[in-house]
Design a binder for this molecule. Structure first.
Ligand code: FAD
Ligand code: MG
Ligand code: MG
Length: 317
């Protein structure tokens, strides 16, 4: 009989704490997983000048750039998500992310006219794709693709696939907000839902899942305070300012972490009521909304079990 001891391996990649859990002591496998993540980081990052995504950005307004398949496919998927009706997701949000610098040194509220100017170069339809050539062209000078809201989801799914290929049946990868799980040790993986603006280990609840992804996006993850207000990193592509509604966080449960990453942003934009209405048409996507007024709303609970852990939060239904 195999024992149930969990081995944890950690790294810092993509500016985030990365955690891998396995049921065997296998440092070589852990380091192969971390190099796989690093390879994708090197393709997708916009925090350094020399990735494939930055090659596209540097050529904005000038010429198309041929990229590798994973980069092309992820950009295509991100463009489609950006063009859904009422979508808060925008892959061309880069100029605004760079202007706000939220979570990086020197973040402050930009001038309104600068925000307006940058909004004009964030149109998803100006990201021109050519399937045959696998090329991407940004039609306006100054445009920038930013995959910060979707790349971790894509990478978490690749890690899951790689672990499966390596014969691993039970495991977990956490890419700092994107958790992807394999198997069901002791009946399921228990994943915490963080309490906003509290100690790092404080939870409003926990969920149990089997072979599911759990993605959380929160206003409390990256923000700064100015003029008595909190400015966080999920921007409203319509206004150019941080999304401002009743929500502190959204957690999405789905099979693929890619979907989870897209849906957290979509649902953040829609809010609780419209979000729940839309999810009624989707069997495969479920959400946990945590509101500023300390309410927790579950869209449904087909793929997980929820345990409340903080008496100051009220579970609505
Ligand atoms: P999510 O809510 O999933 O996404 C928010 C992020 O998406 C924002 O930070 C912004 O980048 C972008 N965004 C904001 N509004 C929108 C919108 N409306 N539509 C679409 N996208 C939006 N951090 C560092 O500090 N240093 C690094 O070197 C670094 N390198 C990274 C490399 C890669 C490949 C990736 C994927 C991330 C990296 N990061 C780094 C983290 C990055 O800057 C973001 O903070 C992170 O991706 C946010 O992810 P999240 O899951 O916390 O939030
Ligand atoms: Mg994310
Ligand atoms: Mg996201």
């Amino acid at each position: 009989m195999s024992d149930n001891r969990v081995w944890s391996y950690s790294a810092v990649l993509m500016g985030s704490p990365i955690l891998l859990k396995l049921f065997s002591h296998d440092e070589a496998l852990a380091s192969r997983v971390f190099s796989l993540i690093k390879q994708y980081e090197d393709l997708f990052t916009v925090n350094r000048a020399d990735s494939q995504v930055m090659d596209i950005n540097h050529a904005a307004g000038r010429h198309p750039v041929v990229v590798s398949r994973p980069v092309y496919e992820l950009i295509k998927c991100a463009k489609a998500a950006s063009q859904l009706p009422e979508s808060a997701f925008n892959l061309a949000i880069g100029p605004l992310v760079k202007l706000w610098r939220i979570g990086f040194k020197g973040d402050s509220v930009p001038a309104a006219d600068e925000i307006a100017a940058r909004l004009r170069i964030t149109r998803p339809q100006d990201v021109i794709l050519d399937d045959a050539a696998a090329s991407v062209f940004l039609a306006q000078p100054g445009m920038e693709i930013d995959l910060g809201a979707i790349a971790k989801g894509f990478i978490a799914d690749r890690v899951r696939d790689y672990l499966h290929q390596q014969g691993v049946s039970d495991g977990l990868i956490n890419l700092g907000g994107n958790v992807q799980t394999l198997g069901s040790p002791q009946g399921g993986w228990s994943i915490g839902v963080k309490k906003p603006f509290a100690a790092a280990d404080a939870l409003v609840g926990s969920i149990e899942v089997v072979n599911k992804s759990v993605v959380t996006s929160g206003t409390y993850e990256r923000y700064f305070e100015q003029d008595g207000k909190l400015w966080h990193h999920i921007l409203d592509p319509r206004s150019g300012y941080p999304l401002n509604n009743e929500l502190d966080s959204v957690t999405v449960i789905s099979t693929d972490s890619l979907d989870g990453d897209i849906w957290t942003t979509l649902l953040f934009g829609l809010g609780v009521e419209k979000g729940c209405a839309l999810l009624r048409q989707r069997q495969d996507i479920e959400a946990i909304f945590v509101s500023k007024n300390r309410e927790i709303t579950l869209s449904s609970r087909r793929q997980f079990r929820f345990t409340p852990l903080d008496a100051s939060y009220r579970l609505t239904d």
